[in-house]
Design a protein around this ligand. Sequence first.
Ligand code: TXA
Ligand code: MG
Length: 316
Amino acid sequence: MMQTRTLPATDAGIKAAAALIAQGQLVAMPTETVYGLAGDARSGTAVARIFEAKGRPSFNPLIVHLPDVVAARDFVVWDDAADRLAQAFWPGPLTLVLPLREGAGLSPLVTAGQPSVALRVPAHPIARALLRACGAPLAAPSANPSGRISPTRAEHVRSGLEGRIAAILDAGACGVGVESTIVGLTGAPTLLRPGGLPVEAIEAALGAPLARPGAGGAITAPGQLASHYAPSAAMRLNADAPAPGEVLLGFGGAADARLNLSVAGDLVEAAANLFDYLHRLDASGARAIAVSPIPDTGLGRAINDRLRRAAAPRQP
Ligand code: TXA
Ligand code: MG
């Protein structure tokens, strides 16, 4: 077991994190969505360490993080739709899957040998500072053991990956709270994962609806397993009230809630609280969690997607 250091979100902390990454080590970094487990995307060793630390099946490709659009374009075949979405939403909680450019220098492990790569320019100032300090593309899946809830605080990262990674760059809670929205651009623009950027905003920028995976032969996101993001407790969705033995994760005016995602019924606040509250209910030893109905618009789509995965039958 290695000692996992906590680094402060200061110039010195960022410098220390960049030095570890330059040695092929892993550092959990804050982003505006969730904490990512970052390693140099050009280094096969660093990327292999990411899979090992997470216990992640190696067929599941990783998102590559970059400081800006110019850096992102080096790795892919760029097009008009990418340009439109990048101009509108980068830096921000949007990931674009594009055709990988030959000889781009990424470890083949990052893309799991696929001809496409997922790119994101995060908005969090500490992530941006780390990317600039590293001068390297950073592969970063969410910083949780495979199949567990994504971390939105440094403490969540420590409880999942303590002793398995070199350091955690601690910048407090993540603002958005759910992972980025993923759009596939290797064919017709396709929604691969709802997330922190509302689908409605993307469709407005494109001037056209997004295709859905599986529809008309559209590509799918590997690793989008039905059971994912799971707490240890059993989950029951769209619950009006807790049954005996359940604790209620509420939304809006729910009575009897142990925790409420947003008393005001605000979906942005609910997204920011979602993983933290699931972590807290899990840590409290709750055996079964009932969840109030959440409207399926805006960030509600990402929240409901994560809740359905958390409630799905578990893999052994
Ligand atoms: O907000 C986020 O996106 C966070 C932060 C850290 O940036 N990252 C994140 O990464 O959620 P991860 O690895 O937990 O989820 C990445 C998803 C996976 O479902 C994977 O299948 C998909 O992106 N993905 C990656 N590369 C892909 C590709 N070439 N084609 C299709 N899907 C891809
Ligand atoms: Mg993840």
